[in-house]
Design a protein around this ligand. Structure first.
Ligand code: CTP
Length: 401
């Protein structure tokens, strides 16, 4: 009974995934929560109020007042009652209204007046989800501190395949339990994460970069935030967006900019995880104008970038934990162990390009964690999200030491 004594208000909007609201209510009640449900009129076309009232053991709220006796359904009272307002499914239409305070139904007026945290589980079809207007609304809602339970990828009601399917009720329930969990091990901790590639300009239109997607670093930032940490995510250019309001992203392009941001923030952090693929060299000079094509070979004179991890290693105070990554192609363990010492790291996460499914661009990774004493822990091939959990768990043990 992980939700005993918690008041959860469930908002159901009109999408095909509304049928899953029944399973969600059942799971929440099973965990001991008090559940009240507010629905939009359209949601009633997808699932009957009778089903949800029976499962939640509470009458369903749809209208501002009861047409029979004029009894007022106070959105303020419902909002104050709730410890958490979960809107699942959250359609593009309803999220658009929430982002812009279009208060034309009870579910939205309750959203606007609720003082408790709000969790949204978006659902919609592939192209609707990807539309910039919808993505902008989701960004706006995140900036209000709303928690977004990302939709899954898979077959959608339209038959199209892609992102847009509402997260499964079991996953939403887990997120709710996690939200209330006092066992968040990194509460009141602050962690710096570097992620993605750096771009080193050659001239106004060209740069030297690398294939890093930033997926590993972003997964680590999300997991740290799930554990309650405040995260400073210093990110090179990527298409990714963090989903947790505990994450503050600082966008940079060059290694020098990443260095400056990392040095500026490190002193206020309890730990730093250096997952960025920092370019080791940059052009010695940046051409002011676009370099013209010629017939002869062209040379670019490169000069080394600062080693950001090593710089933080020098600045590190007693209780701070510093974690690095190593991507090696040969003598993996030996090279990684050298980096632990040279950069004054507490441990290093080694991924070998020889391993299938590890490295740039892919969604999986296979890692080995090596500490200062040379102890090694090998992990299976896993999704980057699961790998992030392993790395954060290792960090927690080091912070607790
Ligand atoms: N790193 C860094 N700044 C750099 C280069 C690397 O902070 N200029 C960090 C990476 O984020 C990673 C660790 O140092 O956590 C090791 O990176 P890697 O590229 O494997 O090592 P290098 O020190 O660059 O050594 P080499 O490329 O010669 O293997």
């Amino acid at each position: 009974m992980k939700l005993k004594g918690k008041n959860i208000l469930l908002g159901v909007t009109g999408g095909i995934a509304a049928y899953k609201a029944a399973i969600l209510v059942r799971l929440l009640v099973k965990e001991g929560a008090q559940v009240k449900v507010v629905m939009t009129k359209l949601a009633k076309e997808f699932i009957t109020p009778l089903t949800l009232a029976t499962l939640s053991k509470n009458p369903i709220l749809v209208d501002f007042f009861d047409p029979e006796d004029g009894r007022w359904n106070s959105h303020v009272d419902i909002g104050l009652w709730a410890d958490l307002y979960v809107i699942a499914p959250a359609t593009a239409n309803s999220m658009g209204k929430m982002a812009n305070a279009v208060a034309d139904n009870l579910l939205i007026t309750t959203y606007l007046s609720a003082r408790c945290p709000v969790m949204l589980a978006p659902t919609m079809d592939l192209d609707m989800y990807q539309h910039p207007a919808n993505l902008k609304n989701i960004e706006t809602l995140k900036s209000y501190g709303n928690i977004i339970v990302e939709p899954d990828s898979g077959e959608l009601a339209s038959g199209l395949v892609g992102k847009g399917r509402m997260a499964e009720p079991e996953v939403i329930t887990e997120r709710i339990i996690e939200h209330f969990s006092s066992k968040k091990k990194l509460k009141s901790k602050k962690v710096l994460v570097t992620a993605g590639p750096t771009y080193e300009p050659i001239d106004p239109v060209r740069f030297i970069g690398n294939f890093s997607s930033g997926k590993m670093g972003y997964a680590i930032a999300e997991e740290l935030a799930n554990q309650g940490a405040e995260v400073v995510l210093i990110s090179g250019p990527t298409h990714l967006k963090p989903c947790n309001s505990l994450i503050t992203r600082i966008d940079i392009q060059t290694a020098q900019e990443m260095h400056d941001a990392a040095v500026k923030h490190f002193s206020t952090c309890d730990a730093a995880i250096m997952s960025a693929a920092v370019a080791d060299f940059k052009p010695a000079t940046i051409a002011k104008e676009k370099v013209k094509r010629g017939k002869d070979n062209m040379q670019i004179d490169l000069t080394p970038n600062k080693d950001i991890a090593a710089e933080l290693g020098k600045l590190k105070k007693n209780k701070q934990v510093l974690v690095g990554f190593a991507l090696e192609t040969n003598d993996e363990i030996k090279n990684a162990q050298k980096k632990v010492q040279n950069k004054n790291l507490d441990f290093i996460v080694l991924n070998s390009l020889k391993e299938k499914g590890a490295g740039f661009g892919v969604d999986t990774n296979k890692i080995c964690i090596i500490d200062r004493l040379g102890n090694t822990k090998n992990f299976e091939l896993k999704s980057k999200k699961e790998v992030a959990v392993d790395i954060v768990n290792e960090l927690i043990t080091k912070i607790e030491e």
